[in-house]
Design a binder for this molecule. Structure first.
Ligand code: DGL
Length: 276
């Protein structure tokens, strides 16, 4: 029985066609972890644009061109059934543009302001993202739509990306940038009232434990990974999923550095690491 694609046309999807997940690095794993819980049998290619890291320090034009170009080339090579941009920076900048270019459904990752606004009791929400993400009009629109009457305090914390990358390479996590990011939010007007923090960079949930300890009790950290996994699962409803070979990870960066992530990637079912 063929599936009905997002365009409404009847399209038949190859059961072995993968889901392509793209981030600059290990941040995409937070989305993959949630996806595995919902669709354990789904074939996945995990793409890390390590040569492009960090997106959060690039201009909008650079990020848009890079992500659209890379996803276009990867789609030609791997023929995915769906692409997920597991990066808040790239999604808030380039989601619409990528959707115009690719012929498959594209799921983005945007700051979880809506659930945070529903959850906060004090009405003061913190948002930690990259500098690229926190200045996006996309975030302004989410705030206006879902957090009306609340206070959203944004802080760009690019210095949290490296500790997340280090942690998954088995290296110790430097507590200084974590403390600095938390203090920056706490130091803003009404920062002491924050009870909910949106982790608006897919790297940051990898530091959940460290950030939670630094914020202390009474603060809930939330991110969008569960919602994104649910969205992917609903778009693929009714499609056959068949993993014919072990899932693999590709990097645009040097393979020897990527191989330091092998034990962490294996925990997410990514058994082979290759260079794109
Ligand atoms: N993981 C990316 C995000 O969600 C940020 C990392 C980077 O700056 O490349 O925004």
């Amino acid at each position: 029985m063929p599936d009905i694609g997002s365009t409404g046309w009847r399209v038949s999807v190859d059961p072995t066609s993968p889901i392509l997940i793209l981030d600059t690095g290990v941040g995409g794993l937070t989305v993959l972890g949630e996806l595995r819980k919902l669709l354990p049998e789904a074939p996945v290619i995990f793409a890390a644009d390590q040569a492009g890291l960090p997106y959060g320090e690039k201009t909008e034009a650079e990020v848009a061109a890079r992500v659209a170009g890379l996803l276009g080339r990867m789609s030609e090579r791997y023929r995915p059934r769906l692409a997920c941009i597991a990066c808040n920076t790239a999604s808030t900048i380039a989601l619409d543009m990528v959707r115009d270019v690719l012929e498959i459904p594209v799921v983005g990752t945007v700051p979880a302001i809506k659930p945070a606004a529903a959850m906060t009791k004090t009405g003061v929400i913190g948002l930690l993202g990259t500098k690229g993400t926190i200045r996006q009009p996309y975030v302004d629109r989410l705030e206006a739509k879902f957090a009306e009457g609340k206070t959203l305090l944004r802080h760009g914390a690019p210095e949290l990306v490296d500790p997340a990358e280090a942690k998954l390479r088995g290296r110790p996590v430097d507590p200084a940038p974590i403390r600095a990011a938390v203090q920056a939010l706490r130091g803003m007007p009404r920062g002491d009232e924050i009870d909910t923090v949106v982790l608006a960079c897919t790297h940051f949930p990898l530091l959940h434990e460290e950030l939670a300890a630094e914020f202390g009790p009474g603060v809930t950290l939330i991110d969008g990974s569960q919602g994104i996994a649910r969205r992917i699962a609903s778009l693929l409803e009714g499609q056959k999923l068949e993993r014919r070979e072990p899932d693999f990870a590709v990097t645009t960066g040097p393979l020897d550095d990527f191989k330091k992530l092998a034990p962490a990637l294996a925990e997410y079912g990514l058994e082979r690491l290759v260079r794109f």
